[in-house]
Design a protein. Sequence first.
Length: 159
Amino acid sequence: MRMTTPVQTGGCQCGAVRFRAEGELGEPSVCHCRMCQKAFGGFYAPLVSTKGATLTWTRGKPAYFASSNFVNRGFCEKCGTPLTYEAPDGIALAIGAFDHPETLAPRVQFGIEGKLPYADTIPSLPARHTLEDIIAAPFLDQLVNYQHPDHDTDAWSPR
């Protein structure tokens, strides 16, 4: 019986940077530290380590910002999508940049000293589908998505 090596692909929002991770990824996590909040522009950073996998940049490469003396953060210089957290112990990829982020459920939280006090209450908020807001945002029914699709393409020209 032949074993297959797991492969995950992903990239930035505009498609200028794409990656392929071949092999077993590490433990998916979220980090609540203030650096990660700012780097992702969000409440936390969802990340998965590439330890055990081979990471290949298949289109373009990230630009980098040194957020500390030990950490570089990779992002798409065209659209700004956060892509990597790179430290002396390895590279982690942004879970939301994967084509199938639903397969990478976080199993641990880090940096909880920076956790925003309302982060745990978000799941209890009222929830709506995007198009349920059509009265408040009438442009939604005419919205054209320019985002790169969630799969590899032979060619892509970001707008």
